[in-house]
Design a protein around this ligand. Structure first.
Ligand code: AQP
Length: 337
């Protein structure tokens, strides 16, 4: 490996990828590829913390790889792999479980949200999800983890676990784990639901009108934006601290993230215009962004062998890097090697 810094990130194939996943994470991954060693995974092991249909999970995992590539992740530049192809994730996760406290895990917002939404299946995996995520990141000695805002709490606990482990076992310096930093995009770090704009846009939302899937039909995307919940004030202004403007704030954020402008500038451009015109413009901008991605995605659907080859090569390379970290950890723990 050269001396470039390391980026690690991933998405779980727990549903069709949303505009939120794209703007909060994947879109930003593309830009890192020149200056960093980038590692991006399909996080299928995380997806089973809620019940999945096996055939759909298998399909969505490969669909996710197609989306990564269609969005501009280049398999020649970035290391792409399926999480379950690398046993070290489960191995390190178990070890780190023994260095993570119940109290820390019970404070995690995602655990609280998901256990409320899946009250019939509050499994141990849902509770220890952040430990597996810590293992994902620490295995590759990542410097930077580009994520959406909802995952920042999990980056914090990853840092705590890494620092704790290092302080117990690496007193003489030479830490086992690099302590990673989270990285948020300027706009789009938290894209909200189109129907309940005080809630995050999620791919597992039961209401399909609440989220835009990157695989939605182009007309469906435009219609979902046009029927997004706003307010009755009729004023296009960016007021991030005003909950009554959550719908308009969200559309401004989406437009800013897609165009590379800022919410304030866009609000100025649309000052005095009606919500109908504004929604139409947001829909057009989003469709323009997604259209070429869809085209490339459809082309990739014809290239099964190419995708399988990427997964195979990715798994080989990832296994090599990850098993090095697991060996270091096992040695520190006192396991017989
Ligand atoms: N609404 C969002 N806005 C911005 N970023 C988002 N991310 C998720 N939702 C938004 C970011 O996308 C990356 C991948 O997320 P994930 O699939 O690993 O898990 P998640 O955060 O739980 O995403 P979802 O869509 O809400 O999935 P479900 O419904 O299965 O729980 C992460 O970087 C995340 O921050």
């Amino acid at each position: 490996m050269d001396d470039k810094k390391i980026i690690f990130s991933g998405v779980q194939p727990s549903g069709n990828i949303t505009l939120g996943n794209y703007l909060g994470a994947i879109k930003n991954w593309v830009n890192f590829q020149e200056d960093y060693n980038c590692i991006y995974a399909m996080m299928d092991m995380h997806a089973i913390t809620v019940r999945q249909n096996p055939a759909e999970l298998r399909k969505r995992t490969l669909d996710l790889l197609k989306i990564y590539i269609a969005c501009g992740i280049d398999p020649e530049k970035s290391l792409l792999f399926v999480q379950s192809h690398v046993p070290a994730h489960a191995q390190l996760s178990w070890a780190l479980n023994c260095y993570t406290y119940m109290g820390e895990l019970s404070r995690m917002t995602q655990f609280k949200d998901k256990s409320a939404r899946h009250a019939d299946n509050i499994n141990a995996g849902l509770f220890t999800y952040p430990v597996l995520m810590a293992a994902d990141i620490l295995l590759y000695q990542a410097d930077l983890v580009p994520v959406g805002k909802d995952q920042m709490q999990h980056i914090e606990i990853t840092r705590d676990i890494a620092e704790r482990f290092n302080s117990i076992y690496c007193k003489e310096g030479n830490p086992v784990f690099k302590v990673p930093e989270g990285f948020l995009p300027k706009s789009g770090a938290k894209v909200m639901s189109l129907q309940e704009p005080t809630k995050k846009m999620s791919k597992s939302d039961e209401n399909p009108k609440a989220f835009i899937s990157m695989l939605d039909d182009i007309n469906v995307i435009a219609n979902k934006i046009k029927s997004a919940v706003t307010d009755s004030e009729g004023v296009i202004e960016f007021r991030p601290d005003d909950e009554t403007k959550a719908g308009i704030n969200n559309l401004l954020t989406i437009m800013a993230a897609v165009t590379g402008s800022t919410e304030e500038k866009i609000a100025q451009e649309f000052a005095g215009k009606g919500y109908g015109d504004f929604k139409k413009a947001v829909a057009e901008a989003v469709v323009e962004e997604i259209k070429p991605i869809r085209k490339r995605y459809d082309e990739l659907s014809e290239s099964k062998d190419y995708l399988e080859e990427i997964c195979k090569n990715g798994a080989e390379r990832a296994n090599k890097i990850a098993s090095r970290t697991v060996n270091k950890v096992y040695k520190k723990l006192g396991f017989v090697l």
